[in-house]
Design a binder for this molecule. Structure first.
Ligand SMILES: [Zn+2]
Length: 267
């Protein structure tokens, strides 16, 4: 794999972090991004800095054990910047996936909301998600910032490129930072459609035979989770670990219809 040089990686990280914040795919202090520089070197966003204000100089170089290499820049409080407490999820992703060059951990609001409400993003409603992401997977809940996160993520990231961590956020990976961003974008776009479909009364998923055809077109080399006898975890946690979908009252359903009708008149 061709690796970026450190200077280019710092510039890309600052640009994409600012874009993620501007598009509200994460809150100002949430999420983190990284790029692989080489076998034992990665560059990552620091913790405690507003994502809309990050500059290339703020980025930190770390090794595969998460130790900072070189002298970090100083943060707004005058202290040296530190990597995020979620760095472990990046390092485990690189360890399990030699084919990837970048990782984005974000907090996309619609994807989180839809899965919290019991929606299954693993069920394809639109063909494009198969081209951009393949299969969206939802891991079991883990407590943010603890070792539980990389421990559970390890088996998911070995198989999937786009993973939701319930009540928390997403992890998308790719050969490049742009690819990881495109997958985050596809995840939130799909969740946006899925939320709207649910408000309009629901729609069936794409039939399995057509899903097979789309995968054959999108991924001539089948991803691990579509290979015979694979050891991948299923794309949704067991039913016992999911939340029941909320029950919407008749009054709430009528209100939603009214709002949608009013929106239709405005458009
Ligand atoms: Zn997070």
């Amino acid at each position: 794999m061709q690796h970026l040089d450190e200077r280019a990686a710092r510039v890309q990280l600052a640009e994409v972090a600012r874009e993620i914040y501007a598009r509200k795919l994460s809150g100002a202090m949430d999420g983190n991004l990284s790029i692989r520089l080489g076998k034992d070197r990665f560059v990552t966003t620091p913790s405690g800095v507003h994502k809309g204000r990050l500059t290339p100089a703020d980025m930190l170089v770390v090794d595969a054990a998460g130790r900072v290499v070189g002298t970090p820049a100083k943060g707004p409080d005058g202290k040296q910047l530190k990597p995020s407490s979620e760095l472990g999820l990046h390092l485990v992703s690189y360890e399990r996936r030699p084919d990837i060059g970048a990782v984005i951990h974000a907090h996309p609001p619609l994807a989180i909301a839809y899965t919290l409400a019991g929606g299954l993003l693993s069920e394809p409603l639109v063909s494009e998600v198969i081209f951009a992401v393949g299969q969206i997977a939802t891991a079991p809940y883990t407590t943010p910032t603890t070792k539980q996160v990389p421990d559970v993520l390890a088996e998911y990231v070995a198989c999937y490129d786009c993973i939701i961590m319930p009540r928390h956020g997403s992890v998308t990976v790719g050969a490049t930072l742009d690819m990881a961003l495109a997958r985050l974008d596809a995840l939130e776009h799909t969740a946006n459609i899925a939320c709207t479909v649910k408000m309009l009364g629901g729609a069936p998923s794409i039939v399995p035979a057509e899903v097979d055809r789309l995968f054959d077109l999108a991924r001539p080399v089948p991803p691990p989770y579509r290979c015979e006898g694979n050891a991948c975890p299923p794309p949704e946690p067991s039913a016992a670990r999911r939340l029941d979908p909320p029950v919407i009252s008749d009054l709430e359903a009528r209100l939603v219809q009214e709002v949608l009708r009013a929106m239709g008149k405005l458009l």
